[in-house]
Design a protein around this ligand. Sequence first.
Ligand code: CA
Ligand code: CA
Ligand code: CA
Length: 351
Amino acid sequence: MCKKTFILVVVSLLLCSMSATRGGTIAHWQLNGTVGEKFVSDTDIVNGYVAYKFYDATYGANTATDVFYGPPNPIYDSGGTSAEFINDPGDNDPGVGLFVPDTGTNTPLDLSTFSAFTIEAFIHPYTLRQSVIVRKYGGDPGQYYVDLRSDGDVQFSINSDGNAAAAGAGAVRENEWYHVAAVFDETDPTAPMKIYIDGELKGTANFRDRPGDSPRGFGIGSIIRDNNSPPGNSGQFFHGRIDEVRLSDEALSVDDFLLNAVEGAGRPSPVDGATDVPRDVVLSWMSSRSVKGHDVYFGTVREDVSNANRTNPLNVLYIQGQEGKTYDPPGLLQIGQTARSGVSRLSLIVM
Ligand SMILES: [Ca+2]
Ligand SMILES: [Ca+2]
Ligand SMILES: [Ca+2]
């Protein structure tokens, strides 16, 4: 049986002059290292806050359970890595997580001095359960968190657990990447608390108070209930990958999320290595707001698709300057596909 191979190439047309309008970054942990090696620590690239790996105080020796450097999220800085939390004891405690020590009253990481802020991270959960993405634990007032629930909900909470913007059950699934953003703005008359998944507003809450100061450490992938170094009381360990944790001192618009900071085009759908793809699939991709259009090349001859351009389209240039980020191939495809994405050039190879 003969299989046709279709090759799709999307070329992003970049705007040359882009102005950055976003405000200040409080911290940005990129969590970059060497894939497969054990995570040690990560220094945020703006203010130098160090996130250290620690083992829960009740955690026994288990070399399989640790935090490693894992594959990067496919959207932002896909040349880096993530932190891969291998925490699968069948429950969410004990485990291994990351912490940043609290250094005093009303520090920037307390988020108590900002009238607006945004918390972002890319997550790729292996298991849906009660587990922390980021959290500064404390009493009421004195805490904030973004966490994952067993039903695929993601919640953003300030001070008391009940003050929560919830994305809702099924907002995320296991073994897929998502961008999560929690946005707070005391002055927002519509709702001061918002939770976004992949740039889509999923939930709001009308609680208007900023977090109070907390004396506990800041946790990534775990709750920290003290300020010991390493923590002596921790739990709710995340099982999966977390990447690019960023705190900003303003209520970012969706356009300013890291989700949209990708250079060129990326994140092909169907995803890399996907199986059971419907034959009437509509191919899609994401691109940054600096991209004003896409040229889509599609054909059965790899060399033609690779070599074609606007002046020499080789009969494979299907779309020119398209603003949209989807492409519905003509007819039905025979698919056992692989996909590869580059920085400013996206290729979907459909077998
Ligand atoms: Ca990274
Ligand atoms: Ca504090
Ligand atoms: Ca514990």
